[in-house]
Design a binder for this molecule. Sequence first.
Ligand SMILES: *[C@@H]1O[C@H](CO)[C@@H](O)[C@H](O)[C@H]1NC(C)=O
Ligand SMILES: *[C@@H]1O[C@H](CO)[C@@H](O)[C@H](O)[C@H]1NC(C)=O
Ligand SMILES: *[C@@H]1O[C@H](CO)[C@@H](O)[C@H](O)[C@H]1NC(C)=O
Ligand SMILES: *[C@@H]1O[C@H](CO)[C@@H](O)[C@H](O)[C@H]1NC(C)=O
Ligand SMILES: *[C@@H]1O[C@H](CO)[C@@H](O)[C@H](O)[C@H]1NC(C)=O
Length: 548
Amino acid sequence: MLHFKTLLIAAAALATTVRALPQITRKGRYLYNPDGSRFYIKGVAYQPQGQAANDPNNPFLEPSTFIDPLADSAGCTRDIPNLQQLGVNVIRVYSVDNTLNHDSCMSTLDQAGIYTMIDLSLPVNGSIDRSAPSWTTNLLDLYVKTIDVFSNYQNVLGYHIGNEVVITADGTGAAAFVKAAARDVKAYLKSKSSSALVGYAAVDASSDWLDPFANYLTCDPNGNGSGDTSIDLFGLNNYEWCGDASPSVYATKNGDFAGYSVAAYFSEYGCITSPPRLWTEVAALFSSPMTQIWSGGIAFSYFPAESGQGEFGMVTIDGSTVTKSADFNRLKTQYGQVTPPNSPSRDSASDSSYPSCPSQNSTLLASSTLPPTPNDAACNCLETKLSCIFSPPPGTNSTAISVINGQLLGTACGLLSTNGGNCNDIISNGTTGTYGRVSFCDAREKLSYVMSLYYETQNRNPAACNFGGNAKLNSGALTMSAASAAESCIANPSATFVPGSSSTISKSVKPTGTGGNSGGSVSLMDSIQSLGLVMGISTVGALWTLLT
Ligand SMILES: *[C@@H]1O[C@H](CO)[C@@H](O)[C@H](O)[C@H]1NC(C)=O
Ligand SMILES: *[C@@H]1O[C@H](CO)[C@@H](O)[C@H](O)[C@H]1NC(C)=O
Ligand SMILES: *[C@@H]1O[C@H](CO)[C@@H](O)[C@H](O)[C@H]1NC(C)=O
Ligand SMILES: *[C@@H]1O[C@H](CO)[C@@H](O)[C@H](O)[C@H]1NC(C)=O
Ligand SMILES: *[C@@H]1O[C@H](CO)[C@@H](O)[C@H](O)[C@H]1NC(C)=O
């Protein structure tokens, strides 16, 4: 009996000590294992290809749908042995559904020694819209909920707060919103005692704007050297090495990032334009001098991912059968040969410095005045006090709601401006550093606000709160003006705070008929300018932005 009992205890001990990967941390510009040795990302992208919306308003062919690979336990069971064969220690996952269960995949990955880099954004309305950027309650809530779900797992290396949000010099104003997202996500992780890294994945581009942009993401807007608004990990989606190139292809990028403040890596790599891919860049990336600058990279892509340039996938999948290509085997060989240097040691690595923000010029339009933290409680308060509320007819599906929302915003702002008003309160501008009082609320609340302003200009004539049957009077509201409601509910419009702190967030149920959040799937500025664009441009799936 005693013997049996001992066995049971031993078995129980074993069950609770199944492998749990240790948290990787950053010191200065390098990543470290707990024992102080350098950690390099030997990764592969792991996301089935979404459906690209065939839409003239989606010139980058960004996906409109996604499949969460970390919620597919059969798929993980099928693929993880292959990921182990490939020799990867990190997978990058571009879109996850925070309502699904990820226990099985995450624990199998953990046991296989594989970390995850999770992108928090989602296709269509789940990311900072580069054509009309804002940092809003619906996005912050999405990010927070995803972090809550993944904080249950030890093998989350970090989170990307955006992917290719900024893609041109004249789009760099959007960097202010990316930086605000970094600030709020970082504060939230800290409040949960999580040391998961806050990353951003950038399109590769001219150093003219990429360098100031990268520096801006690590700068301290207050000029006192704080890293509170800095990312931890700059990802570069880099496809410079094509065919059997030579390390000199990286000379410019190495120079650009030689003095960078925080860790950097290739958040995608694997050029397809000179097939077959030999993956000889792996040897360069994992040896000096690149290892002094970069912490590895993510090869694109495990799953089939076809573009006009060719096939990036390394396997084909038919049900439970996976066929590996020669491409897979070549990458496996290359990953198997790397022995990156274990220096500098953690003790001798310098801490980061967070310089003052670069001054604004034509290649960096972002202001060092950042948008505030989106405040759910304030927006919910506002919605209860507005007199005219966006309320599409029952049964309208969510896609249609987003479209109507965007179209009506243009209509309502137009009507308002011909009646002596304006939409300034809902507009944010990362270049001027001005953020309208209501600009951090979600798209539906913004529309209700503008509808209410218009209704007031019409002396509260009920006919002015109809908008084709998409608006209704809020019987619960007092006769307070929308502007006063905004001033009372959003008393401190530039406040920053730790998301989720109880004093600021109290999620209330939205009034019946409005059906909850609708995001910024509609480009605000485009709507206002009545350009007729109704699909926002999402920023998920770097491949699609890169290769067109
Ligand atoms: C930096 O300055 C800002 C505003 O001046 C202040 O709120 C913040 O606490 C300071 N941070 C540090 C680390 O000194
Ligand atoms: C803008 O400022 C950056 C420094 O942040 C500098 O590298 C760049 O050359 C400047 N661009 C122009 C056009 O002056
Ligand atoms: C949503 O409603 C619109 C307009 O009625 C319709 O065209 C569209 O097919 C619907 N979409 C879905 C997914 O049901
Ligand atoms: C922001 O303001 C600048 C300067 O007034 C203007 O040129 C730019 O178009 C504005 N951006 C947006 C997105 O409105
Ligand atoms: C995106 O839009 C859909 C449909 O309106 C909505 O259900 C969802 O909550 C939105 N997501 C975000 C992050 O705004």
